[in-house]
Design a protein around this ligand. Sequence first.
Ligand code: FEO
Length: 164
Amino acid sequence: MISKKMEDAINKQINAELYSAYLYLSMASYFEASNLKGFANWMKVQASEEMEHAMKFYSFVNERGGRVVLDAIEKPPEKWDSPLAVFEYTYKHEQGVTSAINKLMDLARAENDKPTEILLQWYVTEQVEEEASASEYVEKLKLVGSSGNGLMMLDHELGMRKSG
Ligand code: FEO
């Protein structure tokens, strides 16, 4: 059985993952409005991955005899200055998520909660990937600068991303 303290902390993280989904969907919407369909696709795939992150925690809490309690999801931003600004925001956001996952790991260790520790290892690995992909697009967008052609090529690349 999961402890109340761990249950509360994971419930908080479920909210954070749902917020991430909401944030990326808002970014997708920003890109749809800018006619960057490939960028929008990438963000929609990202949003659905965040839903999966939330659901993985959701199932885990239930399997451990805990209770998932959902809270209100904060309103995400709706506008950014440029595609580069969106990816810089994404990178910073993912660094924050990494730090939240690391704190959850500290708590699991302090409580000697092995199942939670093992679950969190998946998230630790996932965060390495999340930060790397956001940072990759920050760098690519910097290289592209104000080139319309470069942006179109990146839009094509991001349009290839598929779920799963
Ligand atoms: Fe659920 Fe983007 O980390």
